[in-house]
Design a protein around this ligand. Structure first.
Ligand code: NAD
Length: 313
């Protein structure tokens, strides 16, 4: 039985990771400040004797914790609305929080995994994105508190690998969706699903021609667990290479909600530097981890996500 510490364990992705590791028979400690996560996400594990929840801001030094085998650093708000709501907290968790999590891994001799993001590619000039593309990021724009902070977190992770030989890995996560996202979190999947279920207009920012690729959370978690189990340092892209325009995706969601009276409404772009296109090259994940891309189709994944949101409305 391994001891897995997951920062941000009460968040969307973190809570799915907790569930999968508990299912595997591991011991899981989730450390979360509940800035964007919720107790509801982890309430289902409360009876499990292998699960511990610690309410703590990981930008502050960690409390005393039993020796860990793996430290998975997932704490960080990830929605564009958070980039203006809690930008300082994002900068802190990706800098100080990353140092604290790396220090813990160093002390325990644990393997460390950083949850990085496709946002490190910024508004990419290379398409699709391979891991060796350095990105096109505006260092002073509205998104920079997130993009640049994650780039800093990657740099810090690589320093701990090179200087202290901490066994680190970096996963670059592309847009992921599924149950336990917050309906009001401002990302496109909860936005469109919530709007379609409430018969409100689906708000498409700009002309809707910008593209994204959406990966169902179970598939992402499978890729992450493979990376954790490997000794690969990465970075490794995990995401869906199947790309859609936002406008097509809006139409898709409307069709997935029979009887909805929602129509599509175009509104001005909310953020500058909105990436025009995003699609991962997953060859590295295929070669190193045997992860061959998502198994859950967009239709199945959106249906499961809609069921979750329906129950919440
Ligand atoms: N969901 C995606 O599509 C996506 C894409 C790329 C990268 N990521 C990365 O994956 C990770 C998880 O994202 P998510 O979508 O689950 O977001 P989320 O907001 O649901 O989860 C983040 C969790 O971190 C917690 N947290 C934030 N700051 C903290 C702090 N200082 N101390 C302790 N806990 C803190 C929050 O309370 C929340 O539970 C993030 O690092 C994010 O950058 C997510």
């Amino acid at each position: 039985m391994a001891h897995i510490l997951i920062t941000g364990g009460a968040g969307f992705i973190g809570s799915h990771l907790c569930g999968k590791y508990l299912l595997r028979g591991d011991r899981v400690t989730a450390v979360d400040s509940f800035l964007t996560g919720s107790e509801e996400n982890v309430a289902r594990f409360s009876e499990n004797k292998n699960f511990t929840l610690i309410r703590h801001d990981v930008s502050e030094p960690f409390p005393e914790i039993d020796k860990t085998d793996f430290v998975l650093h997932f704490a960080c708000p990830a929605s564009p609305v958070d980039f203006t709501r809690v930008p300082l907290e994002i900068l802190r968790v990706d800098s100080l929080g990353t140092f604290n999590a790396l220090e813990l891994a160093k002390k325990d001799g644990a393997r460390f995994l950083l949850a990085s993001t496709s946002e490190v590619y910024g508004d990419p000039l290379v398409h699709p994105q391979t891991e060796d593309y350095w990105g096109n990021v505006n260092p002073t724009g509205l998104r920079s508190c997130y993009d640049e902070a994650k780039r800093f977190a990657e740099a810090a992770t690589m320093v701990y690998l090179r200087k202290y030989e901490v066994n680190t890995g970096i996963v670059r996560i592309f847009n992921t969706y599924g149950p336990r996202m917050r309906l009001d979190d401002g990302r496109v999947v909860p936005n469109f699903c919530g709007q379609a279920l409430r018969n409100e207009p689906l708000t498409v920012y700009g002309d809707g021609k910008q593209t994204r690729s959406f990966c169902f959370v179970d598939d992402l978690v499978d890729g992450i667990m493979r990376l954790v189990d490997s000794n690969e340092h990465g970075p490794v892209n995990i995401g869906n290479p199947d790309e859609h325009t936002i406008l097509d995706f809006a139409k898709f969601v409307v069709e997935a909600v029979p009887g909805t009276r929602s129509r599509i409404e175009f509104v001005p772009l909310k953020f500058t530097d909105d990436p025009k296109q995003r699609r991962p090259v997953i060859a590295r994940a295929q070669k190193l981890l045997g992860w061959n891309g998502p198994k859950v189709t967009l239709k199945e994944g959106i249906a499961k996500t809609l069921d979750y949101f329906r129950a919440r409305l």
